[in-house]
Design a binder for this molecule. Structure first.
Ligand code: HEM
Ligand code: HEM
Length: 230
């Protein structure tokens, strides 16, 4: 059984994510998962087999902090080297409109295998726009509360106290989002091509036209060609 669609170079492709966005996404994914598993060791306090993978509870604490620093650096790297990309991402989220609402309402049916006609989407569909708000917000909360917990002596005691539940709630919410997101961005039938966009940088033009018609038309279609010729 083939889980991901084949990467086809013989079919026209268009760029979806540049190198900086891809490097940030995957370094962030690895560090997020390391923080999650080492964090669970500290959170659950009785998972000896998981602690053993990281060399015990102290080892898990160390891997947690190292991964946290690399995660922070990769976020800063993204801000410094692809600031324009972040602004364009925010602009796309702000375009949330009726087509996105329809997408989110129809998506459960599509997920269950019913044939549905989705309205045309911009660069990110309605669900991805939601993910773009919820997951990064949770990550920002994890980073802020994490450093407060790490260096409690330089922050007010009340702030240190609330940092713990904030870190835990953001961890649970982000993990639920990432589980759904990872499946939809890889093995979910029909959307697997998006994985190649994040892995190699390009997606099939026909897939882009079908899944992100507005983005495709504005970036690569006749409208874009006319505008660049003017
Ligand atoms: C910059 C990012 C982060 C920093 C600085 C950070 C820092 C910390 C620190 C200092 C602790 C306390 C460790 C101890 O008690 O020895 C902690 C605990 C924890 N972290 Fe993080 N963390 C970060 C990101 C994450 C992420 C991304 C996750 C999960 C997705 C996560 C999940 C947890 C969990 C579950 C705990 C245990 C909390 C508890 O015992 O109530 N952390 N973190
Ligand atoms: C674990 C495996 C993961 C896979 C397979 C995966 C896959 C993908 C793919 C294919 C895209 C591009 C979707 C598109 O074409 O628009 C994407 C975007 C994105 N990813 Fe991931 N990802 C993973 C983990 C993560 C993690 C851990 C985070 C953050 C904590 C994350 C945050 C995002 C965000 C915010 C976007 C842009 C919004 C969106 O498309 O939903 N991803 N991911």
């Amino acid at each position: 059984m083939q889980l991901l669609p084949e990467y086809r170079e013989d079919i026209p492709r268009v760029e979806r994510f540049n190198f900086v966005a891809r490097l940030t996404h995957w370094s962030h994914t690895v560090t997020f998962l390391l923080c999650l598993f080492t964090g669970l060791v500290l959170f659950l306090d009785s998972v000896d087999w998981l602690a053993a993978i990281f060399g015990g509870y102290a080892g898990a604490g160390l891997v947690h902090r190292i991964s946290a620093v690399i995660m922070t650096l990769s976020i800063l790297f993204f801000v410094v080297f692809d600031f324009k990309g972040i602004i364009n991402w925010i602009k796309d989220i702000l375009r949330f409109g009726i087509n996105d609402i329809k997408f989110v309402m129809l998506f459960p049916l599509e997920f269950l295998g019913f044939p549905v006609k989705m309205p045309p989407q911009t660069r990110f569909n309605g669900g991805e726009k939601g993910n773009s708000i919820v997951t990064p917000t949770c990550v920002i909360l994890l980073v802020l509360s994490g450093y407060i917990m790490w260096f409690p002596s330089i922050f007010p005691a009340g702030l240190v106290r609330v940092a713990y539940p904030i870190h835990d709630i953001a961890m649970v919410l982000a993990t639920v989002m990432v589980c759904m997101h990872a499946y939809l961005g890889s093995f979910h039938p029909g959307s697997g091509e998006s994985f190649w966009g994040m892995w190699k940088g390009t997606v099939r033009s026909d897939w882009a036209q079908h899944h992100h018609a507005i983005w495709y038309e504005e970036t690569y279609g006749e409208k874009a060609k006319t505008e660049s010729a003017d």
